[in-house]
Design a binder for this molecule. Sequence first.
Ligand code: SAM
Ligand code: SF4
Ligand code: SF4
Length: 463
Amino acid sequence: MNKNNIMPFHLFHHQGQHYVINIEKMSTGTVDARTSEALAMMASDQETLLPSDIEENLKKLGLVSEGWQNSQRLVKKGPYSIVNMALLLTQSCNLKCVYCYGDGGEYGTGGSMEEKTAFQAVDWLIEQSGKMKKIHLGFFGGEPFLNFPLMKAVVEYAEKKVREMGKEVGFSATTNGTLLDDEKIAFIKKHQFDIGISIDGPRAVHDAQRPYANGKGSYDSIVPKIKKLLEVMPDTLGHAVTVGNTDPQLVKDALIEIGFKKISLRQASPSLFNRDSDKIKSKRDISGLLNVLEQEAETWIHLTQSRDRQALETLKDKSDLFNGITALLQNSRIYHACSAGLGMVGVSAAGDVYLCHRFVGMDNYKIGSIFEHELNRGKYLISPTTSNEKCAACFAKYYCAGGCKHDNVGSCGSFTTPSEEICHLRCRELELAASIIGRLDPVDHAFLLENQIFPPKPCLLDF
Ligand SMILES: C[S@@+](CC[C@H](N)C(=O)[O-])C[C@H]1O[C@@H](n2cnc3c(N)ncnc32)[C@H](O)[C@@H]1O
Ligand code: SF4
Ligand code: SF4
């Protein structure tokens, strides 16, 4: 077989086994040592023909290109309607977290959103959403609950407007948890908010990273409130940020101990306001995260082989490999890492529209205003999988799709260029996801699908 018939692939070796990822099809499988060697020779241009008996194996993996174009998933290429808005109800905060990308919640200017601006933002979002039925409003800040009266007014206004327009609205809020009380908990429960609580782990770590303005730690004041919230909203997300080489497992364990079922964890990104940026950049150490990923892969294998459905459900909500496994099982490709500037935007207290909430206050990333109709976002609609040379050549491009634009600017100065550490992490996530799929047999795969641990492959006509 000729080299030109072979689709682009990535070969790797893990625990004595050879794996191939078919880059374009986002599929994976195991190969024997001889096939792996032949493919490696071909990739390094030392060989242009493959022995015919290896061909069968490659066909099974979908690595032979005949007809592959027919099986490509349909991809939404736009137009992109804005359906999701992060509304900065206030650009002030009662905490002064050491890493805050919003410059202590003020995003350079500070200020509080006025009611007429907030209502205009809702009208603007409804207009921008065009034919899309559902819109989403995320309350953000600073600390959004500092402006709880406005949050209540906006919820009432948005619910009334969508009723009139035959649309639907969903709400979310990201909060430091300090101001939660019975009234607020009842309100967010009533309106079915998705809530993300920011908490960085055990008391010592949290207090060092998330103090009040007077330097006092915030852990003891938020934990009892979080526990109350979890009683009525057990699916609340606990979101942690790590700085330096904090052990991510320690952080996850601390959140589980408090009672969170859903957990996410990210490393601090450099702030574009520059305060402490260099400190965060130079301290980014992903060794702990890599260890956690390796352990998680073993846990997936163990729990699947022992048919522990309940533990798998729990693992899924805290998993860093779930998206990779799902993408490879569904052969799905993404072209943008997130919907910043495509389906979602961030809106400042003054009504300026930014690429996303993180970019508020950064003139270079302002793409419009809620008092105008047009958005200036052309360059953000192009996928980094083609516009960035490094991403275009990366085997994980349809899984990572270029990374968080804000983190990229902070780390590398360009919104399309991810940092080395993020590239390393995303690539390893995809390899480990592939290794899990490869190490499980077809009966294990069937068990995972039958028990809906992973969603079934979507129908091509469901678009
Ligand atoms: C800017 S805060 C606004 C909402 C609220 N004040 C809070 O802390 O949840 C939103 C989220 O961004 C996270 N965050 C802030 N600065 C960050 C940084 N430099 N890198 C990564 N996440 C950061 C916070 O931990 C929080 O989860
Ligand atoms: S609580 Fe949120 S907005 Fe306030 S300083 Fe911390 S991360 Fe920034
Ligand atoms: S650019 Fe980064 S912070 Fe903004 S929406 Fe995308 S992933 Fe999230």
